[in-house]
Ligand binder design. Structure first.
Ligand SMILES: Cc1cc2nc3c(=O)[nH]c(=O)nc-3n(C[C@H](O)[C@H](O)[C@H](O)COP(=O)(O)OP(=O)(O)OC[C@H]3O[C@@H](n4cnc5c(N)ncnc54)[C@H](O)[C@@H]3O)c2cc1C
Length: 455
């Protein structure tokens, strides 16, 4: 086990540089016995004890200030390809798992695009992916068993025969135990086709109303200042025809790597915010239009859209925040969001320089704190290069979302307050708080980030 005490090496930073963690100790265990010792020995390994994967979360959910940061990346093996499932160690990179399954004609039952994330983290946090027939919107909901070390340092196996425990663990954010093994449901590979339509935001409500959402994937790109939108409708299809992956890879790479990089380059060469944002709107919308012409109707394989690490320089990264809203009122919410963006620009002279995205996530109560537990939802994923004014915007945005029945994702909603978390998650959060307190009375695993939110 590698360990570093205090000093510079003990400082750890998340992907976008927004969450700096100053643990007293960083450890990289290789065996379960080591993990148990870390959790048990409070004198040797100070609290809080926080497990991390690839630290690609954009909130402070993985920080362990003054405590012990447990880097799980030595737990990186696939343990079993079973009948309808795969059992893996918690530190394995999802990209590696997706490729290993692909070579056996299998795939996960959700479709992550950014693969530089660990199995342990996605198993116990809120996530959002484009769903379609046979494919869920949350990867955590496809977890059918887990093994963990409890806050008391005991081993605990949770299987499908304990659905209530699994339900709590799937949104436990490392607060109920450190996960060292995860079993995901898997399925035979399927493909998908995407139809893309560009339109005015004003026409979106009619277009959304016409979609039969059962088994259909939906992704939106919204340009609130140009009254433009792109609607992507995704259908699952059998893989009995020729597939063409290049367009899907290009799209996933474009949104996750190239667009953030372009936004940061433009920030340097065109420092005046408004014309820069207007230029980005034009460039990105035209690129989407062109892409739709050449790539529509291609059949793609889901595993092709899962990308490894983005190799562009660190400064070429962007940031985002996410809320979720009931699907039945989402068209109305978009109108209000557009008004909110305009008003904020008028009053505070700030607007986000990147478009806003949204995915449809069907009702999913597989985890206690699921944002889609009560019904179908759309996420509102607000992107920015993180330029001056972004944090003030986030504070107002959170007020707007909370006032409009938004549900936060504890690991993906930035600058969330206790009041907003309580309003959005309601009784589910109170239940989680009570359970957490019972399971971890000494706050062995709870951090300064989580304590105000979940007690
Ligand atoms: C470019 C980019 C694109 C993204 N796209 C999407 C997207 O499309 N959809 C989406 O939902 N998210 C997306 N994300 C967010 C990211 O996928 C999630 O935040 C993911 O959980 C991060 O994985 P990680 O391994 O880096 O976790 P970390 O940031 O290391 O940890 C996340 C949380 O899980 C806990 N944890 C980690 N490992 C364990 C363990 N073994 N046991 C218990 N708790 C553990 C941590 O304590 C922390 O609270 C994106 C992020 C980036 C940077």
């Amino acid at each position: 086990m590698e360990a570093t005490i205090d000093g510079r090496k003990g400082v750890s930073v998340n992907w976008e540089g927004s969450a700096i963690s100053r643990p007293r100790l960083v450890v990289k265990p290789e065996r379960i016995t080591e993990l148990i010792e870390i959790v048990k020995s409070q004198t040797k390994y100070p609290s809080p004890v926080r497990a991390v994967g690839f630290q690609h979360s954009i909130t402070r959910c993985a920080v362990a200030d003054g405590g012990t940061l447990v880097d799980m990346r030595h737990f990186n093996r696939i343990l079993e390809f079973g009948q309808g499932h795969v059992r893996v160690q918690a530190g394995i990179r999802i990209y590696d798992l997706v490729k290993a399954l692909d070579s056996r004609g299998l795939q996960l039952c959700a479709c992550p695009e950014f693969g530089d994330i660990s199995a342990g983290s996605v198993a116990c946090t809120s996530n959002r992916y484009i769903s379609s027939r046979g494919i869920l919107g949350q990867l955590s909901s496809t977890v059918v068993a887990m093994k963990l070390v409890t806050p008391q340092g005991e081993k605990l196996d949770i299987t499908a025969k304990q659905p209530d425990l699994l339900n709590v663990m799937r949104s436990s954010f490392g607060l109920m135990g450190i996960v060292y093994e995860v079993t995901f449901a898997v399925r035979d590979k399927i493909g998908f086709v995407v139809e893309r339509q560009q339109m005015a935001i004003d026409d979106l409500s009619l277009a959304l109303a016409e979609i039969d959402t059962a088994g259909t994937g939906i992704e939106l790109t919204l340009y609130p200042f140009s009254n433009k939108a792109q609607l992507e409708i995704r259908h699952s299809v059998n893989l009995d025809k020729k597939t063409r992956q290049w367009a899907l890879i290009l799209r996933a790479w474009g949104w996750n790597c190239f667009v953030p990089f372009l936004a940061q380059v433009l920030k340097r060469v065109l420092p005046i915010a408004r014309p820069r944002a207007e230029l980005l709107d034009v460039l990105l919308f035209q690129a989407q239009k062109l892409f739709a012409k050449v790539a529509d109707d291609h059949i793609g394989e889901m595993s092709a859209v899962c990308l490894p690490r983005c190799r562009l320089p660190d400064w070429g990264r962007c940031t985002y925040t996410t809320w979720a809203f009931p699907a039945e009122d989402f068209s109305l919410l978009i109108d209000k969001y557009v008004d909110f963006c305009h008003e904020f620009q008028r009053e505070q002279k700030y607007r986000c320089d990147l478009p806003t995205k949204s995915v449809f996530v069907p009702k999913d109560s597989a985890s206690l704190l699921s944002y889609a537990g009560e019904g179908d939802m759309y996420t509102l994923d607000v992107f920015s290069s993180g330029d001056k004014g972004w944090e003030d915007f986030l504070i107002e945005l959170n007020e707007f979302c909370s006032a409009n029945n938004g549900v936060p994702l504890l690991n993906q909603t930035k600058l969330l307050s206790q009041r907003q978390a309580a309003k959005g998650l309601g009784i589910k959060l109170r239940t989680f708080k009570r359970l957490r307190r019972n399971v971890d009375r000494n706050n062995r695993l709870s951090s300064t980030f989580f304590q105000p939110l979940v007690g």
